[in-house]
Design a protein around this ligand. Sequence first.
Ligand code: ARG
Ligand code: ZN
Length: 900
Amino acid sequence: DTALYSGWDVATEETKVATTAPPPPPREIYRTDYAPLPFVVKNVRMNFDIRDGKTIVESELTIVPNVGVNVGDLILDGEADALTLLSISLDGIDLIEGIDYAIDGDALTLYSKTLLLPGDGASGGGDAGRKLKTRVEIVPETNTQLSGLYKSGKMYCTQCEAMGVRIEADADLYPILLGNGNKVDGGTVGGSEGKRHYATWSDPFPKPSYLFCIVAGNLGSVSSSYTTRPSGRVVHLEVFSEPENVSKLDHALTSLKKSMMWDEDTYGLEYDLDVYNIVAVSDFNMGAMENKGLNVFNTALTLADPKSATDSDYERIESVVGHEYFHNWTGNRVTCRDWFQLTLKEGLTVYRDQEFSGDMMNSHAVKRIEDVNALRARQFPEDAGPMSHPIRPESYISMDNFYTSTVYSKGAEVIRMYRTLLGKDGFRKGMDLYFKRHDGSAVTCDDFLSAMADANNADLAQFGLWYSTSGTPTVKYVTKYDESAKTFYLTLSQESNSAKPLHIPVAVGLLDKVSGEEVVPTKVLELKEKEQTFEFSGLDGNVLPSVLRGFSAPVKLVGSSVDEENDWAFLAANDSDGFNRWESGQKLYTSLIFQTMRGVQSESKTMEHVFNAFQRTLTLGTDDYSIQAYGLILPTESSMAEELDIVDPVSLHKARGDVKKLIARKFHSSIRAKYDELTSAMKSSGDEIKLDATSIGQRRLRNVLLDYLCSLKETAEEREAASKLAMNQFQTSCGMTDRYAALSCLVSMEGEQSVVDRRDEALQNFYHDAQGDALVIDKWFTVQAMADLPDALEKVKALVKHPDFTLTNPNRCRSLISVFSGNAAHFHADGGEGYKFLGEIIAKTDKLNPQLSSRIGGALIRWKRYSNERGSLMKMELQKLAEMKPISNDLFEVVSRGLK
Ligand code: ARG
Ligand code: ZN
């Protein structure tokens, strides 16, 4: 089929070619330039001969003309400075450079005349195909980009966003050899060079090259089996890590089983191979990768025990294991035609993992609050800045830069809107048709939309605009009640970057304005025009609308009521929609924080609303502790910043802190009482760390309360009390969640010697207790990078010199550097020292790992939204980077977009 695209790495390693020519300037690739390849690779066989300092990769590609496509050359993408071509032959005959093929920079071009046999052509021909064999030499040991075959610790593994593979390596050092699919052969290799062995893996499912993977290492594992219910296939499940971490693999294994069961129950989708392997590696650029039958995971998203992982870590591991598993159908069996379609698999798979987590947590409201929080804190800013792009981008220089929260999280919101518009059954019908039509092929977002539309006889043409529209749309609403006609009018209007109006599902419910009772339950209004009025008749009295329930569309909602705050207060108290109840409270908090920031808060009405909402939430007699906790947390600085034209991070941070203190002071005794009540409830249920929703909720709530209590540190007395309380929780808790939360409070404490001593002692103990556990040490760096202290930057600079710090490990680098750039008040402190520090780190990192440097670089590109002073200092750092030579394509793209 036409699954291949010139944008694919047809094969990653074997096509890398050495050259001395200067690097060509970065090329921008456009979606509209898509063309099917003139040839198809029917089969790939690879042999990896792994030796210290030198790995030989042999590959044999079976190439046939792509029927119906114009004749043309075949271009294989490689990486010129990463590999040496040793030989290249076609059907056993060596090819000659300049006559049969050409090498130019990273491209190896095989002329069409070389590959075509007489009689071949656009109309078809030699079905058996021709065998192209290449041998190349690579050095995984020096590959710091962590892309292609590289070495992480003592293990070799791949990340190839590149059907049979044979791996050969030293048997003692690398006893485990893994590839995609099923293992079909293995054994020892005779010879004089010591003990070597090999394994041959074969994947019967055709796949794009990016799902290819091998691993060689000395690994420990846990294993189990799962029997699929539709057809009773017994699948061997195994999760691998370095031997010292095997005790932390059970959660991932359990999560895998839950995912397999969930996909059968929810979508009738069953696993299709006899084995499913997951390997955890410590050096990994992202979270995890869904390679067919052989997932590779960042250790941070695999390893967990209660002593080293927080509740959020547990949650994330379960959701990412689910995510990669769900890719087997949405990504692997049905894959993307080209990289512009990335959201086809990522948006859909994120939506699937969100629903899975909501089911596992038994609370979709909590999950929704978390997901919308993340969307607002990360995707909204991205979409309002220079890297803004539609969920299906139109062009890129480095595709790695487009694994974004827009493609992922907003992409998931778009899938959720299909579900909202078509209903649960309608959505399922669409999914069924999608798999029926496209199993085994490489398709586009349009194909997904057509399947949804056709299965439901729905017209989704207008809905398709979501794929090509960047930026966050705004929806405004205006209300009117006609007393005599007992009719309520809700007028919705929209504004977006799309020339034509979008198709927006707006879920609405109506509450009686007096009693707060719900008089009209949730209804999905379809906003399809620029402005539209919806009528609700037969009402008994005036009503208050609860608009955009469950956050039914990724938009900013703007009301027009003269007394908005009264409405929010009313909804915060009465709304039956859990999400909107929370949302209304957040709006009240935001309002008070903004007033505080502008210096207009004095005995205001807003304060009263906030106090009422806080008190009501604090005294709720519920055992839904997580909902309670989220209702008490103030909105994050990054999500509030999105509502401001020009952001002053220092005063925003101060205002948020002041409101926190105001609340803490006002409710000090009830917060403390609730804290103590939870402490004894938790004590009475024993020392064991339980991971059920109630236990997680109790910890979450208690830690929110601790944070309020520790915000009071005006006087020496208060500082003494706060640091003692946090220290006590730190010392008496055995789980990471509570210890980490206590440490987070302690790191921001200063003043009297006794207070400073407590802080430093806790940090030392935490480090010491980590006993070298890399993921815990990451947390030790993170917690300090987030500290709210006047010398925050100096502390971070000192930590860069700590023997445990390195730029070569992405987790470690992010744990200090990216986290600090998110510590807005200190990163943006006057003088621009934070920017300079970051600029220097980015420059160093770019030499090692471009994917990492361009990610970190994202913190500098939104200079336009800060004051001129800050903006020009940020821009200066961007300019320095832009002029740096050499610069990676990844960083070049981010920096040059940032300067536009
Ligand atoms: N496909 C992976 C996932 O979502 C992520 C891969 C990220 N790749 C990258 N080049 N940044 O599960
Ligand atoms: Zn994914």
